[in-house]
Design a protein around this ligand. Structure first.
Ligand SMILES: Nc1nc2c(ncn2[C@@H]2O[C@H](COP(=O)(O)OP(=O)(O)OP(=O)(O)O)[C@@H](O)[C@H]2O)c(=O)[nH]1
Ligand SMILES: [Mg+2]
Length: 434
């Protein structure tokens, strides 16, 4: 989407989505789409909604509705029609054909926002990869536009159609991007290894976009991270050290926000960024409780964490924006959340309590365990010396038996590196290595 575009926003309420939800759902989904459009620089001039059992395979909303939208779009001289859903390539082509106007689906809109927001080299590479994987299945009939996107002409081999050449070029570019992103990942891994060497437990700030993650990071660490009342203000991870009560140190990692139905292309392309979450020791889940839909936002975030394989990590749930919330979460709601605390990042309410909770969690989740480290894996022993408190060491025929007081997630990592089940551990046993 270009800046200042005037658009119509279309939301479909599908039976399959409605089943678990109340009547507010449609209003909330429409509001979120307006926010996405605003963030992308567009203006929602008019809105359409429709309830359907399921999407129409050809036109998504059904022919009658398409007609209606087309007429209004023409009257109002709109630039585009934005759908609050992912459309298939066929649906998109059919809709553009029928309405004779640019059609943007939800995935494309989010990708556009990410593209506008990407600043770092890593962010730009990942966004481009996501855009191309979105584009690839939609190439049919887009010949003209693509030759601009994929570079020069005249590279077509004998017997290839234009479409095949275009596809091949996109695939080549994607392979190139993947290689470059792999380099970035390696670099990130090296930085993380250095951090670990300093034995600093890490908290990954996660949460729905606009929940206040960056604001919280700024308040706790004076990081100077960019914050804004729009969606996806943060794309690149930022790590900051923090001193906690009782001489405990930690680091906080700010990262990209989530949204419901996060496009699969983005999840795949942002692996390097999202690894900051899967590799962190703890999760700090920031929730905007002034938002009407905060409970469902929590579910959406937990869903993404599950997809990432990070749902088992010890978590603090920060119920943020308490200053702006009409109602306080009730005790039942609090009971469903992991280590909940209500606060206001912006106004600095209850931040001391949060720091106390973080320190407590780090101390509480240290476990005492014993590893048998074979002589050929002395690097593991080195790591334990760096990152854990070594209580005793005994040299045997096969290796070193070492007793440590150790952070839970490091204990899991270590036992999987050694192929051992950790002993003396109550919580750690059932959990899988991330
Ligand atoms: N009223 C109120 N507003 C807050 C609070 N914390 C953050 N905000 C506002 O919420 C908006 C979003 O804050 P950010 O810190 O950018 O949110 P984020 O979670 O980092 O968002 P993304 O990076 O977009 O995912 C900003 O306008 C903040 O000023 C709070 O405690 N109370
Ligand atoms: Mg942010």
């Amino acid at each position: 989407m270009r800046k200042d575009e005037q658009v119509a926003a279309v939301t479909l309420l599908l039976d399959e989505l409605v089943r678990d939800y109340d009547d507010d759902d449609l209003a909330i989904r429409r509001e979120e789409l307006r926010e996405l459009i605003r963030t992308a620089g567009g203006t929602t001039v008019t809105e359409f909604t429709q309830a359907r059992r399921k999407p129409d395979p050809a036109t998504f909303v059904g022919r009658g509705k398409v007609q209606e939208i087309a007429e209004v779009a023409e009257d109002l001289n709109l630039d585009a029609v934005v759908f609050n859903h992912e459309l298939s390539a066929g649906q998109q082509a059919e809709l553009e054909d029928m309405m004779d106007i640019k059609v943007i689906d939800r995935t494309r809109l989010i990708l556009d926002i990410f593209a506008q927001r990407a600043r770092s080299k890593e962010g730009k590479l990942q966004v481009e990869l996501a855009q191309l994987s979105y584009l690839l299945p939609r190439l049919t009939g887009m010949g003209e536009q693509l030759s601009r996107l994929a570079g020069g002409i005249g590279t077509r081999g004998p017997g290839e159609t234009k479409l095949e050449t275009d596809r091949r070029r996109v695939r080549e570019r994607m392979a190139d991007l993947r290689r470059r992103i792999a380099d970035v990942r390696e670099h990130r891994q090296r930085v993380r290894d250095r951090r670990r060497r300093r034995a600093t437990p890490s908290f990954a700030l996660v949460g729905y976009t606009n929940a206040g993650k960056s604001t919280l990071l700024n308040q706790l660490t004076e990081a100077g991270q960019f914050t804004e009342d729009k969606l996806f203000a943060t794309l690149d991870p930022l790590v900051r050290q923090i001193d906690l009560p009782h001489s405990v140190e930690a680091c906080l990692i700010d990262t990209v926000g989530f949204i419901r139905d996060l496009p699969a292309q983005l999840m795949a392309a942002f692996r390097a960024t999202l690894e900051e979450i899967t590799q962190a020791d703890y999760i700090m889940h920031v929730v905007d409780i002034s938002h009407d839909d905060w409970l469902r936002q929590v579910d959406a975030v937990l869903g993404v964490l599950r997809e990432l394989g990070a749902e088992e990590k010890e978590t603090i749930t920060v119920l943020n924006k308490v200053d702006a919330a009409e109602r306080q979460p009730d005790s039942y709601q609090m009971g469903q959340l992991a280590n909940p605390i209500t606060l206001s990042a912006l106004h600095g309410i209850h931040l001391e309590e949060l720091r106390e909770l973080m320190s407590e969690l780090i101390q509480r989740t240290r476990v005492r365990t014993t590893f048998d480290v074979p002589y050929e894996k002395m690097d593991v022993l080195d790591e334990l010396h760096r990152e854990a408190e070594v209580l005793s060491e005994k040299y045997t025929d096969h290796g070193v038996r070492v007793e440590v007081s150790i952070n839970e997630s490091l204990a899991r990592r270590t036992s999987s590196r050694l192929g051992q089940v950790p002993d003396d551990q109550e919580k750690g046993d059932a959990q899988n290595e991330q």
